[in-house]
Design a binder for this molecule. Structure first.
Ligand SMILES: NC(=O)c1ccc[n+]([C@@H]2O[C@H](COP(=O)([O-])OP(=O)(O)OC[C@H]3O[C@@H](n4cnc5c(N)ncnc54)[C@H](O)[C@@H]3O)[C@@H](O)[C@H]2O)c1
Length: 383
């Protein structure tokens, strides 16, 4: 079947700009898709750097103003890979111009902004997805299948952590290139919106929505030099965020995230305890799913470490890659997302998480920060 070009305009060429570009380049090499991404334009404010990026990754053109990019007639989809405070403005303009939107997480700075984005894409009827990529690590997708098959039975506990250690130094500035995550005005929140957003999206996907939450946050370094103003300014983000909660299915939630866990770079882990089975996953060992099945014969009952690399349909996505036993990595979660998104376009069954799905995570984020601020339990809002 002849492939149809799908023309991508990407805004931002940082960490995610690279991860997504790699995914667009890879997707059609491994997946049989009707649409083939074409790297039409990269947009960034520094023209020379954008040109260098375009040369490296194969983008056909460069823009320095995202407003021009979203108006271009030769672009089908806009990919939003910029700091969080720009997501809404770009998405609204892209939707108004009839573009599909692939937006980085968190969807928005808060629920109010996210709601406007949902309304805009639904009114314009444009395809939309948010890059909560961890759903598409094969071992995580396998966990979803096992839960859907009812293997766990009733679920009692869901606990997740996302730990890093890169902001411990008090002389690290906030704001600007590379450090916008420490600047409340650019990031909207600290580790909650940056790291826990991933944990919450995965949790909602695997275990359903959260009803109530109780949260505690801490900002360990209270003031930092601001790169954009040159002045020492108050730090407004949460450096650490811990919350408990109750899922709609009655199970208990236990989440923790920090950038002050010395020794941990990106330790995203979750464990789910069901009546019959428990599952565990660890980003540092991402191709393995830990499984304990209470129904196993007593004398060999124990935790199994399932190497999710069989190239049979049993192991999600893996039949598209190498031979059994050979792992794929972090980058593939993005490739899988591109493949699923393009498949969704072809089939008319959109791949998630859509903007509407991601708004649910935004509700949890708003609820946990409100809980921490007011020191009380908060009911998670719904749309
Ligand atoms: N899905 C994931 O696992 C994941 C991982 C990291 C970051 N993210 C998200 O991706 C987004 C970008 O994060 P990052 O780590 O790539 O950041 P980054 O700092 O590496 O890159 C940000 C890019 O945005 C560009 N930019 C900033 N303002 C701009 C403007 N006005 N016009 C055009 N370009 C502009 C910067 O020049 C830079 O190229 C954030 O929303 C972040 O939360 C998601």
């Amino acid at each position: 079947m002849a492939k149809q070009d799908y023309r991508i305009g990407m805004i931002g060429y940082g960490f995610m700009g690279r991860a997504h570009s790699n995914a667009y380049v890879q997707a059609n090499n491994f997946f049989d898709l009707k649409y083939r991404p074409v790297l039409k334009a990269i947009c960034a404010r520094d023209e020379a750097k954008a040109k260098a990026f375009a040369d490296q990754w194969g983008y056909q053109s460069v823009e320095t103003d995202w407003r021009k990019l979203v108006e271009r007639k030769d672009i089908d989809a806009v990919d939003v890979c910029v700091p969080n405070n720009l997501h809404a403005e770009i998405a609204l303009a892209a939707a108004a111009n009839g573009k599909a939107i692939l937006c980085e997480k968190p969807l928005a700075m808060n629920v109010a902004e996210g709601r406007k984005m949902v309304e805009a894409v639904e009114k314009a009827k444009v395809p939309n997805i948010v890059w909560y990529n961890y759903r598409r690590i094969p071992a995580v997708t396998l966990a979803k299948r096992l839960i859907e098959e009812g293997k766990l039975g009733k679920i009692f506990h869901y606990r997740a952590k996302f730990l890093q250690d890169w902001t411990i130094k008090s002389d690290l500035p906030q704001g600007g290139q590379g450090l916008w995550r420490l600047d409340l005005a650019a990031a909207g929140a600290g580790v909650s919106g940056d790291l826990l957003a991933h944990c919450i999206d995965t949790a909602i996907w695997l275990n359903g929505g959260l009803d109530t939450v109780s949260c505690m946050t801490e900002t360990f370094v209270k003031e930092r030099m601001h790169n954009l103003t040159g002045k020492v300014e108050k730090v407004g983000i949460d450096d650490a965020c811990i919350f408990f909660g109750r899922f709609a299915n009655g199970s208990l939630a236990n989440f923790e995230s920090t950038r002050y866990a010395r020794g941990h770079k990106a330790l995203y882990t979750f464990e789910i305890n069901g009546e019959n089975m428990s599952l565990g996953w660890d980003l540092h060992d991402l191709h393995r799913l830990q499984v304990f099945d209470y129904r196993d014969e007593g004398k060999i009952r124990g935790w199994k470490s399932v190497h999710v690399t069989d190239n049979s349909p049993d192991h999600p996505y893996m039949d598209k890659w190498w031979v059994p036993g050979l792992a794929v990595g972090y980058d593939c979660s993005f490739t899988h997302q591109v493949a699923d998104f393009l498949d969704g376009l072809a089939s008319g069954k959109p791949a998630g998480p859509t903007f509407r799905d991601a708004l649910e995570t935004q509700h949890v984020l708003d609820a946990i920060l409100a809980s921490a601020k007011d020191q009380k339990w908060v009911t998670v809002g719904k749309d």
